[in-house]
Write a protein that binds this ligand. Sequence first.
Ligand code: NAP
Ligand code: MG
Length: 404
Amino acid sequence: MANKIQMKTPLVDIDGDEMTRIIWAMVKEQLLLPYIELKTEYYDLGLKKRDETEDRITIEAADAIKKYGVGVKCATITPNAARVKEYNLKQQWKSPNGTIRAILDGTVFRAPIMVKNIKPAVRNWTKPIHIGRHAYGDVYKNAEYRVPGPGMAELVFTDEQGTEVRETIEKFDGPGIIQGIHNLDASIKSFAEACFAYALDQKVDLWFGAKDTISKTYDSNFKRIFDDVYDAEYRAKFEAAGIEYFYTLIDDAVARIMRSEGGMLWALKNYDGDVMSDMLASAYGSLAMMTSVLVSPHGYFEYEAAHGTVQKHYYKYLKGEKTSTNSVALIFAWTGALRKRGELDSIPELGQFADMLEAATLQTIEDGVMTGDLAKLAEPAAQRIVYTEEFIAEVRRRLETSVA
Ligand code: NAP
Ligand code: MG
């Protein structure tokens, strides 16, 4: 293109590992650099670099997102014992996503990327169902043990003055199990804020379901905080945007979602979100056909793919074998970030470019040209099953046409 699109504020470019690292470079090289004078601040979160910097690079990357507002992240290895050996690591570094999430105080939103020739398993889901999962507390930060035999189980809270509040859980006649969970008003409030902000940004209704009829204090607290945030900050904005917020029981929400056409944001408590996001991803096709964005209530955005580093494909790649890895989620991470940067900096060309690149990507698949993972699901059957680099070249060809 004769005149490349100019940027104002740098985008925080966070590189990662394995097959996704290979694709990350291809996407920039083939699909972005020919059209945009890319202004980025680059952070290499490849495992080697994290080890070299004692993981400081991860914190620096999160701080850069706080400074500039928008980041885009490649998939990264969360090391386990096998990775410590494979990469000869100084220690088993924490999940970069967990570290970044803790610093940005965010909620993760996911939505399926839909194409005509991949049909959702639920026929009436013609629009994407967005999910917002609370990522703090409940059963993920519990205390639990096995009760060996008869005895008394109580819930005890001791305040700073030493005053105790006690509640009987159960008088056990025999062996059983017991569990204590918690959550924090501050965390629930930032979850609610992020959901309202996302729904408004996407112009979709917000649904929230919990079980306040049974859990009259715990789940009712979630409901109350959502109501408070809505009344104080969002009711007028939602009305102006023509969207609505409603709360219903979680089981009613599930039943209604199944009969809906999609097109809403579904806010879910931590466990519900864990279960429902995997169900939705598989019902809509694949993790490589999902967008994922971390939205912080302070107005920071981090775009990423929902899948991992695709390790098995990378080992094939290292042996010089051909791979057919789906790059759609990585492409959409970049388009999401560029569109948001364009919005914040009033550069409409960036948003238009993101729209064109997304359209070229979807068109490629709808033309029947796709990677192996999608070919298994396509209806009608794929015309051509292509390798990783061929898919990107096919997108480039279509993008050239629309840019011209
Ligand atoms: P994965 O990378 O998501 O891959 C699991 C399997 O799903 C692959 O073997 C492949 O199936 C299929 N798949 C996933 N993405 C695909 C794509 N783009 N195109 C085609 N097929 C795709 O998960 P994993 O193998 O469990 O994890 C690998 C590494 O990723 C781990 O070290 C983990 O820590 C990391 N991880 C990172 C993130 C993140 O940074 N956001 C998230 C999850 C996992 P086939 O082999 O059948 O083709
Ligand atoms: Mg899960």
